[in-house]
Design a protein around this ligand. Structure first.
Ligand code: PGA
Length: 250
């Protein structure tokens, strides 16, 4: 059985004090979660304070993006080495907000994915379709295109030791969640795709309005190995409730 991973994507939220308080509240209530990997992904500038607050805990630190280049004249970017130095283990790449609001192409996302691996970070590669694409019956085509960009750039064992997050764009921050069956169908498709490219043991997370009320049903599905949690990860009780649902499904 794959060990579940629940990662909090804090997005552009919180102050240093908020980060400290949220991590303290999560740390205070971790019992029963030995079977689950837990991670938090604050914004770049909160990474050092978060790392300090996480010291000697089992909770891992992640970032929300990584530069495709290693160093140099790339204003506004943050390198994999810098993230490692801050104590990051994970990094989200290709989040739909990066793709749609900041124009990140499949090819750029693939290069960021490779940079993460080059620096010993575990990439959490986000894929997912918009509502229009789903309505046109293009879900698998879109997800396959996003995965294929990584596979063709990163080679035969592209997905080894990576994490994939299936995040239907229409479910992110909207309160609408994919049904467990809708999510499972896409997860099974992703599982099949990555298994043939070095990703047999890859964890496939669901993301998109996952919350305590729907987490158990989603996490009970065969190919859903955890969650990438946005809004609900900013509240310690909600985040922990989702982690516990993952522990029960493990
Ligand atoms: P949400 O965000 O849980 O607020 O829908 C998920 C994500 O964007 O990773």
């Amino acid at each position: 059985m794959t060990r579940p991973l629940v990662a909090g994507n804090w997005k552009m939220n919180g102050s240093r004090a908020d980060a400290q308080a949220l991590i303290a509240a999560i740390r205070a209530d971790m019992q029963g979660l030995d079977a689950v990997d837990v991670a938090v992904c604050p914004s770049f500038v909160l990474l050092p304070v978060a790392a300090q607050a996480l010291a000697s805990s089992t909770i891992a630190l992640g970032a929300q993006n990584v530069c495709d280049e290693d160093e140099g004249a790339y204003t506004g970017e943050v390198s994999g080495a810098m993230l490692r130095e801050c104590g990051c283990r994970y990094v989200i790449v290709g989040h739909s907000e990066r793709r749609s609001l900041y124009g990140e192409s499949d090819e750029l996302v693939a290069r960021r994915f490779m940079a993460a691996k080059r620096h010993g970070l575990v990439p959490i590669l986000c894929v997912g379709e918009t509502l229009e694409q789903r309505d046109r019956g293009e879900t698998e085509t879109v997800v396959e295109r996003q995965l294929a960009a990584v596979a063709s750039a990163a080679g035969s064992d592209a997905f080894e030791a990576a994490v994939i997050a299936y995040e239907p764009v229409w479910a992110i921050g909207t309160g609408k969640t994919a049904t467990p069956e809708q999510a499972q169908q896409v997860h099974a498709f992703i599982r099949d795709y990555v298994s043939r490219r070095g990703g047999e043991g890859v964890r496939i997370l669901y993301g998109g309005s996952m919350k305590p009320a729907n987490a158990a049903d989603l996490l009970a599905m065969k190919d859903i190995d955890g969650g990438l949690i946005g809004g609900a990860s900013l509240d310690a009780d909600s985040f922990l409730a989702i982690c516990r649902a993952a522990a029960q499904g493990a």
